[in-house]
Design a binder for this molecule. Structure first.
Ligand code: 26W
Length: 822
């Protein structure tokens, strides 16, 4: 008999084939013989999306039927999602069925997956962390919504021309987005500009209302976020800004069509483009508008959901736990107060209790230049009523501070939400610390330094608010999907429970001593390296040897991350070869990748330096292909998924105390790379887990860095006393890597010699010695692979599932909600 076909939800091959064919025809207007690759990708993705919607619908019905569920709202200006098709097939457990369905239609699933244009709605670590966390919340069956901005242009695409970074706009929506659904019926309005006035309500209470200049409409676009092999499906809700339809210009300016057009453009601009800066933004007005826009939309939406449950406005905290991903959404503290007090007439003190009980704040950086502050004047101009509320919060808070610490004016001025030392600013971290019941750092060391340094006053005032939640990453995307070779090897050995329960990987430990397993492990890595080598050839023209050590540093380009320290090492090796061409040296391929903020000159010059050193080293016959240097252009999630599985050595070499956590470090180890790293961020905990013997540690500690600074650090002195270092710097300054131009890289070398804020000079000799040990270890293949297998086996702690469990227990006080049992 003919198989029963269920076009919308069937998971068998026949149903999938039928569904693809129908979507191709009815949605794309194509049939299977004249389809384009993109139409095919759209049809396959719509087929998967249909199935996700079934789960999303069931999850939301179960949640809404239950009055006691507390939901999580993960508010983030960035969600660096990466391609969706592959992970969704894994979560639905239909990868094999889809592969077969597509094959029977005459295509290859890999080619179709490669067609996807990833939503790059984030800069780096913080945005990618948000994406891992919404994945893990769904997998842990925590009812949650991710709230953010639907940027029309995500992070720019990077191309390299003549060794320099060139930025190209990211038109990720140009071929359509099959994963999102617009929900215009859930649109909300956001006020901007104008003035406030007071009035007496019917009970003679003094109230305030905000008469805005104009309003902007937020349209939500939802993307389902499926849990891994569980029936729960949450969603990501991103806001697009549009002009408010009913806004009537004619009433004050008869028929001014141009004014209406201008207003439309102004409204739509808010969600137009992601700011590509991951440090400070010099008070960009549009950025503040973005922040307030998405926060206000999200809070209104959350209140609507809460009221649908028949909740009272002041019980908002019983329905919702809000996590603020850094300070970017921290205006939520004031906006929630505004909604409760102005719109629902809740008493101030009650509203304040509700707000503080709802919100928690995650800090992601200690770098002072990345702490957000906005000119008070800008706030007054854009969101006057919100500023009044901030003043009121601050007035009441400072009264509390002075009664707790009488006469401590230093404390008062440091803790004030308003910076009054010169031009007045609103300090967003202070607003978050006042209005949140929990504050956390993202790795043990980072949390300790936060408490000692930038948030010290806050620890004295509110010690119970402080927590650590060490970051984690999703093993579904970063192992199962991106490294099928390794996944299958692990499954053969210890079964298939580990992707949802990463501590299971411990069972791999005994295999580290099994020569046959080590050989299979080595061959998986080699295959991954061949794939990457082919891609490197295609993208850069450089031919690399897959059996050389792949020494990789991929992350945003920043001086504190010290990509240039690795460059100094490369030049040192090159000098050794030039001095003795027959020297016995371990063949290495150095692979760099990462974007520089468009206005960050030093970072862009570091990219140029990497490419310039590569040009010389790669083409010098004396090198005999023993060293290759590659800058892999346009590092993004898609490319990352091909790079981590092919790495032998992971470079995590930031100045101690500067990298809050790092998450790439975790992705490398999970894929069987060994780490060379400083005691910084999560490196400390990674080393603790994998064992000191299985981690290449070097460099000053955070405390030593601080001491050296206090005692008048002198980089030039170190340079004077280290011959190898002198030769390396001289080689750069000689113009050898810049066609004789002795000035091109001067800004880098001068900075190192005379300032060196990130202490490359201090760490240079330690780094080189450690790299020599790395090379020695590499020569013993069995030993290297034993160490690498132990790294994989001991990475359980760094699953984002564990991070989410920590947030649930320590901060949100929410439990998994099993929709089957509900
Ligand atoms: C105001 C502009 C701006 C934009 C982004 C300032 C700061 C940021 C982020 C905090 C930068 C970021 O991505 N930080 C990284 O967050 C990761 C996730 O917690 C950590 O692993 C990284 O160490 C941290 O640099």
């Amino acid at each position: 008999s003919a198989p029963t076909i269920d076009v919308r939800s069937g998971m068998d091959v026949e149903s999938l084939k039928q569904a693809i064919t129908e979507h191709l025809f009815y949605q794309q207007g194509r049939n299977i013989v004249n389809t384009s690759l993109n139409d095919l990708y759209m049809a396959v993705s719509h087929t998967v999306h249909d199935r996700l919607l079934q789960h999303e619908h069931k999850t939301m019905n179960a949640v809404f039927d239950n009055n006691n569920v507390r939901l999580v709202s993960y508010m983030s200006a960035e969600f660096l999602m990466g391609p969706q098709l592959g992970v969704n097939l894994i979560d639905l457990n239909i990868m094999a069925e889809m592969e077969q369905a597509v094959q029977e239609l005459g295509f290859s699933l890999n080619t179709i997956m490669a067609q996807e244009e990833e939503p790059g709605l984030g800069n780096g670590g913080l945005g990618r962390l948000a994406a891992c966390y919404i994945d893990s919340m769904a997998s842990q069956q925590i009812p949650a919504i991710g709230y953010g901005i639907r940027y029309e242009f995500g992070i720019f695409d990077q191309v390299i021309r003549d060794g320099w970074q060139v930025e190209i706009t990211d038109k990720w929506l140009r071929n359509g987005n099959p994963w999102e659904s617009a929900r215009p019926e859930l649109a909300v309005n956001v006020k901007f500009g104008g003035h406030t006035e007071s009035y007496l309500d019917s009970n003679e209470y003094l109230r305030y209302r905000w008469k805005p200049d104009y309003m902007v409409t937020g349209i939500p676009y939802d993307t389902p976020i499926m849990g891994y092999k569980v029936p729960s499906c949450n969603f990501l809700r991103l806001w697009k800004s549009e002009a408010e339809e009913s806004f009537d210009f004619s009433s004050f300016n008869q028929g001014d069509y141009y004014k209406a057009v201008e207003y439309k453009v102004k409204s739509e601009n808010i969600s137009k483009v992601l700011y590509p800066n991951d440090e400070m933004l010099g008070g960009k007005k549009l950025r503040l508008k973005q922040q307030y826009f998405f926060v206000s939309c999200s809070l209104q939406d959350m209140m609507n959901i809460h009221l649908r449950f028949d909740g009272k406005p002041q019980d908002f905290h019983k329905r919702w736990a809000i996590q603020l991903n850094d300070t970017h959404p921290s205006v939520a503290v004031a906006e929630l107060m505004r909604i409760l007090v102005d719109e629902y007439h809740v008493d101030w003190d009650v509203a304040w209790h509700t707000t503080c009980s709802t919100c928690s704040y995650t800090n992601h950086t200690l770098l002072p230049e990345a702490l957000e502050k906005w000119p008070v004047g800008l706030f007054a101009y854009l969101i006057p009523r919100v500023l009044e509320i901030i003043f009121e919060i601050n007035y009441r808070f400072l009264k509390e501070v002075s009664s707790r610490f009488p006469g401590d004016n230093g404390k008062l001025s440091r803790m004030s939400i308003i910076d009054e030392s010169g031009e007045k600013f609103v300090r967003m971290a202070n607003l978050a610390c006042v209005g949140c019941c929990a504050i956390n750092g993202v790795a043990e060391l980072h949390t300790e330094l936060l408490k000692q340094q930038i948030l010290h006053d806050w620890v004295e005032m509110f010690p119970e608010r402080f927590h650590n939640v060490t970051n984690g990453v999703t093993p579904r995307r970063f192992v199962v999907l991106s490294n099928p070779g390794l996944s299958n090897l692990i499954i053969e050995s210890i079964g298939d429970k580990w992707p949802g329960k990463l501590d299971e990987l411990r069972k791999l430990e005994p295999f580290a001593d099994d020569a046959a397993f080590r050989e299979k492990f080595r061959s998986v890595k080699l295959e991954n390296k061949k794939i990457l080598a082919a891609l490197i050839k295609e993208r850069t023209g450089v031919v690399v040897n897959p059996s050389s050590m792949f020494d990789v540093q991929v992350k945003r380009i920043h001086e504190y991350k010290r990509q240039h320290l690795s460059v100094l090492h490369i030049i040192a090796l090159y000098l050794r070869i030039k001095q003795n061409p027959d020297i016995d040296i371990v063949p290495r391929t150095f692979i760099f990748g990462g974007k520089a903020a468009p206005g960050y000159f030093s970072a862009k010059l570091i990219i140029k330096l990497i490419n310039s050193v590569g040009d010389v080293v790669n083409n010098d016959p004396d090198v005999k292909d023993r060293l290759k240097v590659v800058f892999f252009p346009d590092f993004n999630v898609t490319n990352a998924q091909l790079i981590y599985p092919a790495a032998d050595l992971s470079e995590q070499i930031s100045t101690a105390g500067k990298e809050a956590s790092g998450t790439g470090n975790m992705k490398f180890s999970m894929n069987g790379a060994l780490t060379i790293g400083t005691l910084d961020g999560a490196n400390v905990e990674i080393r603790e887990e994998v064992g000191n013997d299985n981690f290449f540690l070097f460099g000053l500690t955070a405390a030593q860095v601080e001491d050296a600074k206090r005692n008048g650090y002198n980089p030039h002195f170190i340079y004077d006393n280290n011959e190898e270092l002198r030769n390396v710097i001289s080689m750069i300054n000689s113009g050898r890597f810049s066609n004789g131009d002795t000035n091109l890289f001067k800004p880098i070398t001068d900075n190192l010699l005379w300032h060196d804020p990130f202490m490359l000079m201090a760490d240079f000799s330690l780094y080189i010695a450690c790299q020599d040990l790395v090379a020695e270890t590499w020569k013993n293949t069995a030993e290297w692979n034993r160490m690498a297998i132990l790294n994989v086996a001991r990475m359980g702690k760094f699953s984002s599932d564990r991070s989410i469990q920590d947030y649930c227990e320590k901060i949100w006080k929410v439990k998994p909600f099993n929709i089957r049992k509900a």
